[in-house]
Design a protein around this ligand. Structure first.
Ligand code: FAD
Ligand code: NDP
Length: 451
């Protein structure tokens, strides 16, 4: 049987674009379907605009901290939300164009529109049918909205980047990556910010001591951190503000509620049942180790399979699959020791095991911790501190986990992640000469484990 394409990818986000252009570069006839903007969540409503807004929000402290270094800054300059928003949009438009050119030069055909399955080899887009030998589902995720009275009044990460005006008072719901990052953004941009989290401590899954540290540091910077509390209902007032009723019975009046309570796989309307593609118990597309779904010629990767929802992971999955199919390479996807960062303020980054996980699974461990005021803040007068932590298996002295909360944590931990991945021991860290004066050198000069 002959098909229009060797490979048809649904979704031009991180994973889909990578898989399609590598496949086309290896000689496959490839098409990619996209209903929105090229680049997907990360480029349009995720990593990229988020990081730009983090940078923007950090300036308020830069201005404040500069006086200790002799700058007579006077008042913190006024902030114009629309300038930031529009400059961000312009840059993203440029990135959309870069993606279009990358696909075009790789020879990938772009099919603009919403794709749905007709059968296992056929997809319909805008009334036209296309057939392919293999179909790859890379449709990503979508923000979950709270199932409460007034749940439709919340902002999610889909809307927040393009608001007409910046709210004066914001309540942030959730304690994961997005909630913590946006609480820092709103606070830094001058909004009165309260983070409301249903559990006892934000950032479940990260090292307990680091989570506690980030919570305290965020509070010190002015975010009201309300734990063991959740939103029960939201009502719009006649003046446009929102009355938020909380689980302890109290009511707060705010201008916006930003909800970040996780993301769901984007599968609705895809017609998976017509292609025989099954979902797992959580609603994600079910795949085996080779990313194969319950239908042999249909595959899925990235956020829609619900493994590790990070851009570099979707990219690696896409690359591994394309090379496997069209360059006969073994399909190897290694999910061990994936470094990750939360662009909170201060930021947090980690690779490997938390202290809790290491104690549970690896027997005796030595823990090295250093908490200090970074040199910059000795003069800035700002309260920000830095926490660094190494988890070492006592038996063979392998470094199992490395954690940092502080300025440039993501940049620093990315480098150390190579050492962790390579199985470095504490002796390797000790044998490494530091770069002085930096915060990072602390990781190679920690001498005594915590008693
Ligand atoms: P996506 O990038 O979501 O792409 C899916 C694409 O498929 C979309 O373009 C969508 O329009 C399209 N699509 C869906 N259904 C159809 C259909 N039926 N027909 C046609 N097209 C369709 N990760 C990090 O590593 N670092 C970060 O700092 C980071 N920050 C984030 C901040 C936010 C606010 C959010 C929401 C996410 C962030 N992430 C971050 C996560 C990261 O964005 C995702 O893990 C990544 O984008 C997943 O890639 P993907 O290819 O699986 O899906
Ligand atoms: P997360 O899964 O990280 O966090 C969701 C948060 O919402 C948790 O604190 C969770 O609480 C809480 N929650 C879940 N359901 C409810 C509910 N019904 N009511 C109240 N609270 C609820 O999701 P995010 O939305 O923050 O981000 C999605 C994913 O995107 C991340 O997991 C990450 O993979 C990726 N991402 C990565 C970033 C990065 O790399 N820097 C940045 C942003 C996103 P509990 O812990 O109690 O379950």
């Amino acid at each position: 049987m002959s098909f229009d394409y060797d490979l048809l990818v649904i979704g031009a986000g991180s994973g889909g674009v990578r898989a399609s252009r590598i496949a086309a570069g290896l000689g496959a006839r490839v098409a990619i379907a996209e209903e929105r903007q090229l680049g997907g969540t990360c480029v349009n409503v995720g990593c990229v605009p988020k990081k730009m807004y983090v940078y923007a929000s950090e300036y308020s402290e830069h201005f404040r901290g500069s006086t200790g270094f002799g700058w007579e800054a006077g008042d913190v300059p006024a902030f114009d939300w629309r300038v930031l928003r529009d400059n961000k949009s312009e840059e993203i438009l440029r990135l959309n164009g870069v993606y279009a050119r990358i696909l075009e030069s790789a020879g990938v055909e772009l099919l603009q529109g919403f794709a749905r399955f007709v059968d296992a080899h056929t997809v319909e887009i805008d009334g036209k049918s296309y057939t392919a030998e293999r179909i790859l589902i890379a449709t990503g995720g979508w923000p979950r909205v709270p199932d409460i009275e007034g749940g439709d009044l919340v902002l999610t990460s889909n809307e927040v980047f393009d608001l007409d005006t910046l709210p004066r008072r914001v309540m942030v719901q959730g304690g994961g990556y997005i909630a913590v990052e946006f609480a820092g953004i709103f606070n830094g941009l001058g909004c009165e910010t309260e983070l409301v989290y249903r559990g006892p401590l934000i950032l479940r899954g990260f090292d307990g001591e680091v989570r506690q540290f980030i919570r305290e540091q965020m509070a010190a910077k002015g975010v009201t951190m309300s734990m063991n509390l959740d939103i029960e209902s939201i009502q719009k007032r006649t003046d446009g503000a929102l009355d938020v009723r909380l689980s302890d019975g109290s009511v707060r009046t705010v201008d916006a509620v930003f909800s970040a309570i996780g993301r769901e796989p984007k599968v609705s309307g895809l017609g998976l049942e017509r292609a025989g593609v099954e979902l797992d118990a959580r609603g994600y597309i079910k795949v085996d180790d080779g990313f194969q779904t319950s239908t042999t010629n249909i595959f899925a990767l990235g956020d829609v399979i619900g493994r590790v929802q990070l851009t570099p992971v979707a990219l690696a999955e896409g690359m591994a699959l394309a090379r496997h199919w069209y360059d006969n390479q073994p399909l190897r996807m290694d999910y061990e020791s994936i470094p990750t960062a939360v662009f909170s303020q201060p930021s947090l980054a980690a690779v490997g095991l938390t202290e809790e996980a290491a104690r549970d699974t690896c027997g005796e461990v030595d823990v090295y911790v250093s908490e200090f005021t970074p040199m910059k803040h000795t003069l800035s007068g700002l309260a920000e501190r830095c926490l660094m932590k190494l988890i070492v298996r006592r038996e063979d002295q392998q470094v199992l986990g490395l954690h940092m909360a502080g300025e440039l944590a993501a940049e620093i931990v990315q480098g150390f992640a190579v050492a962790i991945k390579a199985g470095a021991t504490k002796a390797d860290f000790d044998a490494t000469i530091g770069i002085h004066p930096t915060a990072a050198e602390e990781f190679v000069t920690m001498r005594s484990p915590r008693a």
